[in-house]
Write a protein of this length. Structure first.
Length: 339
């Protein structure tokens, strides 16, 4: 079977009885052709089934209409960030491709290389560790960090005020009389973990309560989405076996929270009668759960919007914009008073 030849600009120009330059002007929305000519060109495009060769355009311009988003896992938090990115991209005529590193630095670096080779306009990256090899990203697509910071590399970063958010959550449990508060953290190698741990410690120190390392569990010290959920589950199991178990638990991301709640239910503890609970990242199902969960809510949608804005500024003027957005503690029914 003979493969049908892909129609070209020349074919469209011939069909519409105009010049190639006129077809190009119509495709690029330049107001240099009459309404009748634009109509004739569009009818020719439709009749021939013409579509742009975006790969060739990217090679010619050294840029594309694509940006890459690299996230570490399938946490719904990153889906909300993606929604914000999509909305802001409309202003710049960009589209988004998404890839998951599954907390693997090797895979993350491969994805940066792959996207850069496709000449994306830029990359929005939630890094898998607190370091990013500057030699690895030299000459690559412009990068904006989101959610997680890195050391010794000056890149735009859009994140939340994790220390303050964690402080508020822990302080709320302390005010309710809890002194044995379990903390479930993600990987120890990322900035959000460090900051959320610090907020927890600051709150304990403000009440002169000694930090008990047995109550601090790293449930995300593995790779992958399911592993984090399992980590949250195992963290609860470990803490509840202690001679003096916690009376309250604070899980510092959504995946850890899901695993933790599963463990609490398996142990047949009632929230908040037997144990108080605060989670991270607000989603509609948490309002209708039994009980509705108290949550530290991140401005994920706005983070996505701000990241695209920062990327545009970086590309257009090499301006490095960094933003730290406030977190909101939403009080519901899962953090009762200690008995």
């Amino acid at each position: 079977m003979v493969k049908k030849k892909r129609p070209t600009l020349y074919d469209v120009a011939k069909e519409a009885n105009v010049s190639i330059a006129t077809v190009s002007n119509v495709l690029n929305n330049k107001d240099e052709a009459s309404e009748e000519t634009v109509k004739r060109v569009n009818e020719a495009i439709k009749y021939l089934g013409y579509s742009r060769n975006e790969s060739a355009r990217s090679l010619k311009s050294g840029d594309s209409k694509l940006i890459g988003l690299i996230v570490p896992d399938n946490n719904p938090f990153f889906t909300e960030i993606l929604d914000g990115i999509h909305e802001e991209c409309e202003y710049y005529d960009w589209q988004v491709v998404v890839a998951t590193s599954e907390e693997s630095e090797k895979r993350q670096n491969q994805l940066i290389d792959l996207l850069s080779a496709q000449q994306v306009s830029g990359i929005i990256l939630a890094p898998v560790s607190k370091t990013l090899n500057s030699a690895k990203i030299a000459g690559k697509a412009p990068i904006v960090l989101i959610d997680r910071d890195v050391e010794d590399v000056e890149l735009p970063i859009i994140k939340a005020d994790n220390i303050d958010g964690s402080f508020k959550a822990t302080k709320t449990l302390l005010k309710n009389g809890h002194k044995r508060i379990g903390l479930i953290l993600a990987s120890p190698g990322i900035s959000t973990t460090v900051e959320r741990r610090q907020g927890y410690i600051d709150a304990l120190n403000s009440q002169n309560i000694k930090v008990d390392d047995e109550l601090i569990q790293f449930g995300g010290n593995y790779t992958g989405t399911k592993a984090q959920m399992n980590g949250g589950y195992q963290a609860v199991m470990n803490m509840m076996k202690l001679p003096s178990p916690p009376t309250a638990i604070f899980a510092t991301n959504h995946l850890l929270m899901m695993g933790a709640v599963k463990a609490i239910k398996e142990l047949q503890f009632n929230i908040p009668r037997d144990i108080s609970f605060i989670g991270f990242d607000d989603h509609p199902w948490q309002e209708i759960s039994d009980p509705p969960f108290t949550i530290v809510a991140q401005p994920a949608f706005e983070m996505g919007r701000q990241a695209v804005h920062a990327l545009h500024k970086l590309k257009s003027s090499e301006e490095v914009i960094s933003t730290s957005l406030p977190l909101q503690l939403i009080i519901r029914e899962s953090c009762g008073t200690v008995k």
